[in-house]
Ligand binder design. Structure first.
Ligand code: 3SL
Length: 276
């Protein structure tokens, strides 16, 4: 073999090796995002240090959080325990704070507001810290407060939170519903399916759905996605709210998909504010 033919062969082999290395590097760089959904806080066994958590309480806590921050509240500080809420709130001047919450769907005695997303208008909440406790939603926040990142999501800000997750590219995302006193809720599962569907559309190859709860939520979303208000009204908690009184405005607000572009994120533990 002449020396030029030999050099050509060496060149050819080097090209192949380089191409293989480039392909291998690209494969290694594809990051898989694992997505799981748990119906209620009690189903969560552990939190990983790298985990992003998304808390959902469509009716109505996380819809109220999104609306309050969208209307200029300084932050929403969430509490599972009412005594702790009162202690923390007392450290703030009355002109800068509002106490907000419900038990069993009704406003807590002595509080400024119940849990209606329609009550947190800019006239009421602008510049104020909201101290919030609800029957189920704030328990879910408490459960995952040690996550690396923690977002609050509802149907109304689903797209904004999904876009943030697609940009963050976390390895593990836990979507956590709130349910009702420890049991499954239809509307939180609907929103979990809505989030997963959005993420799958934005990044099909890299997402792995790792539990059956989320697969079912995606199926639920496909079934109800053209009648979100109907789904909310059919749910057990939807029926409970209808028995408590006229909540038409809340059903309308809680079923508006991607209406507002806010991403409530935990900074200080338990404190949700707008992420930049
Ligand atoms: O359970 C909760 O956290 C609340 O959102 C329930 S309610 O819709 O305000 O009654």
């Amino acid at each position: 073999m002449g020396s030029s033919a030999f050099l050509k062969k060496v060149h050819y082999v080097i090209r192949i090796v380089v191409d293989v290395l480039v392909i291998l590097t690209q494969i290694v760089q594809i990051e898989i995002m694992e997505l799981a959904y748990f119906h209620v806080a009690a189903d969560v066994q552990s939190i990983t240090k790298t985990q992003t958590s998304v808390v959902i309480d469509v009716l109505r806590a996380t819809t109220t959080v999104a609306c309050a921050l969208n209307n200029g509240a300084e932050a929403v500080q969430t509490f599972a325990d009412l005594d702790e809420l009162r202690t923390q709130a007392s450290l703030w001047s009355p002109s800068q704070r509002l106490l907000l919450g419900e038990r069993g769907g009704s406003k807590i005695e002595g509080f400024d507001l119940g849990n209606s997303p329609n009550a947190v208008t800019s006239e009421v909440v602008k510049g104020k810290r909201l101290f919030m406790s609800t029957t189920n939603g704030t328990r879910s926040f408490a459960k995952v407060r040690d996550s690396k990142k923690l977002y609050s999501m509802s149907l109304i800000n689903r797209g904004a939170v999904a876009e943030r997750i697609l940009a963050d590219k976390p390895e593990h995302v836990m979507i956590l519903g709130s349910g009702w006193e420890g049991s499954y809720s239809l509307e939180d599962s609907l929103a979990a399916g809505a989030l997963a569907s959005y993420l799958l559309e934005g990044s099909t190859d890299n997402i792995e759905i790792i539990n059956d709860e989320l697969l079912s939520a995606i199926a639920l979303w496909s079934y109800w996605k053209s009648d979100l208000e109907g789904c909310l009204r059919s749910s057990t908690h939807g029926k409970r709210l209808q028995r408590l009184g006229n909540h038409d405005d809340d059903f309308l607000c809680c079923s508006e998909l991607d209406k507002i572009n806010v991403v409530p994120m935990q900074g200080e533990k338990g404190v949700l504010s707008l992420s930049d």
